[in-house]
Design a protein. Structure first.
Length: 165
């Protein structure tokens, strides 16, 4: 079977490594799903998401000159066509504000239960977030400056050599 970039196919997980999983695509052809392409959430352990022998739907994202096939499970997942955020942006009457509180958020982190509509920290507008960041940054910088001044005035000459310059 000839494979093309962008094609979505089914395969079977044949091996799991720390950096990714190998998937048999049939006909003696296999590809690899990098750890970053396993799920739409952060993956610390691939074994938490995949098992050997598991049937998976994958998207072919690259084929190099040596014929190695790069696959993605997260890109093969269907994205919701009619989410409430998009409806609201188009002037729809979706229940976007109710979802902002997190009532419909997934907590399992598995690809099958991923909530594509999830938005984090939406209660703050950009200006509020920026001012909080700037205040935190200013506090850290002033603390570093104070520490630097203290180390220069230190008890035994101040430097790392104990004043033996």
């Amino acid at each position: 079977m000839a494979f093309e970039v962008g094609q979505i196919v089914e395969g079977k997980v044949t091996g799991i490594m720390n950096y990714g999983a190998f998937v048999d695509l049939g006909g003696g052809t296999s590809g690899m799903v990098h750890i970053s392409e396993v799920a739409p959430t952060y993956v610390n352990e691939i074994k938490d998401h995949l098992t050997i022998g598991q049937e998976v739907k994958v998207k072919i994202i690259a084929i190099d000159e040596r014929g190695k096939i790069a696959l993605s499970i997260k890109q093969a997942m269907p994205r919701p066509q009619n989410n409430n955020y998009n409806n609201r942006q188009r002037g729809g009457s979706g229940n976007y504000n109710r979802q902002r509180g997190g009532a419909n958020r997934s907590t399992s982190g598995t690809p099958d239960n991923y909530d594509w509509n999830r938005r984090q920290n939406t209660s703050d507008n950009f200006d509020d977030m920026l001012s909080k960041f700037m205040a935190s940054s200013d506090e850290k910088i002033s603390g570093l400056k104070k520490e630097n001044r203290r180390s220069r005035k230190g008890g035994n000459g101040g430097g790392q050599n104990g004043g033996q310059w």
